[in-house]
Design a binder for this molecule. Sequence first.
Ligand SMILES: NC(=O)c1ccc[n+]([C@@H]2O[C@H](COP(=O)([O-])OP(=O)(O)OC[C@H]3O[C@@H](n4cnc5c(N)ncnc54)[C@H](O)[C@@H]3O)[C@@H](O)[C@H]2O)c1
Length: 420
Amino acid sequence: MDTIRLAIVGCGGMGHRHMYGLAELHRVGWENFTLVGACDPVLDNAESLATKAEERFGKKPAVVSNLDELAAIGVDAVDVTTTPPYHHTIAVETLQRGWHTMVEKPMGLTVRACNLIRSAADNSNAVISVAENYRRDPINRLAKALLDAEVIGKPRFLIHHTIGGSNRMLISVWRHQKDQSGVLLDVGVHYADMIEYLLGDVETVYAQTRLHEPIRHNPAAVTGESGSNPAGVYTEWQRKMPAEFEATAEDAAYATLTFKNGAVGQYIEDHGAWGQGSWMRQIHGSQGSMALPGDRSGGLISLQINGQGTVTEEALLELVPDFHLDAVTTDLFGGNRLWQYSFPFPDTDAKIIAIEYGDFAEAIAGNRPIEVDAYQGTRSVAISYAMLESGVSGEIVHLDKMIDESINTYQQDIDAGLGI
Ligand SMILES: NC(=O)c1ccc[n+]([C@@H]2O[C@H](COP(=O)([O-])OP(=O)(O)OC[C@H]3O[C@@H](n4cnc5c(N)ncnc54)[C@H](O)[C@@H]3O)[C@@H](O)[C@H]2O)c1
């Protein structure tokens, strides 16, 4: 079969990380894509990605600044890794052009932006995929298999906490701006996706939200180094960002969730917290509990099961004899029944992004439906904004009303700024 002619649109930090993921996919023998274009109006960024791609693939993709130039090269598929305000403008156009489209999370900047992409996808024969990486972590696959096997019984209660951050910049200035994708959306959609992956549909959300730290500090502008630089790709950009700036997006949400299956969730994201940091994802069921390790850490799941005590490490596999990772994940991680793994973070990051590309290729080939589709991508954005909408109204928010846009007070200004 001919390879799929792919362009990466948006050549910043995640664009580079996606290219490393594509190289990792090729390294293990899945040569489904040919990277033919690096597209970014900031040509230096496109050039940087293309040069580094040449080192890995032996051929330099074309450096271009817009979609018309990509059309002239000839592409079958695009991977949209721009900042969030452009996800819908690009994805709607690429779907209309008939190009298969993978779009980074958050799928759109608001629920309305997601719905625009969904309707473009409905009117296109092209595949739409949301690049949601956390669920593809092999340890999260095992957690899901254990929950489906009801090893802790019926889930009753989820605790998910992410607490830390103080007044430091999280990766970039735009992650603190309400009109660009604040931190509760940027980080929150990952957790929203994981929460629904593990426990099924969220029905309602109630939350208190806060903006604790209206001035954020960027240590990289002062010392050259930042504590928030995943895979080390952001250094040069962070050094050029201001040393301090105003944050306009809320940085904390304290939420209660209810699920269609009757479970309840306590969900805290506090990215302005001082002192003791904390990260926890724990599920309590009618027969025991499950504590999960951090996403992309390769750490251990620990179960406490009534009558069996603690079950962890390799013994977890005995509880799920049919658990197998898919072919591409197996090739990337070197095993099809993993209970832990250990790689430097940039390698783990690249492998998990490679799984996203593998899934995208399989769906384009018609071998299976895409895993994180436009509806699921919209749901994650809706859950994150449901916290912010509830924070504004003080009311319990039903997810259905988020998705049909009948609740959108918080998002109104953002939509107006986008002109949608
Ligand atoms: N899944 C993950 O773990 C993860 C991690 C980091 C970022 N992301 C997501 O990836 C996306 C990009 O984040 P980032 O950290 O790379 O941001 P970034 O600011 O480092 O890079 C964004 C790039 O997009 C370019 N861009 C802006 N408008 C464009 C347009 N119209 N066409 C083409 N390029 C355009 C910018 O010039 C820049 O090079 C965001 O949606 C973010 O949420 C996901």
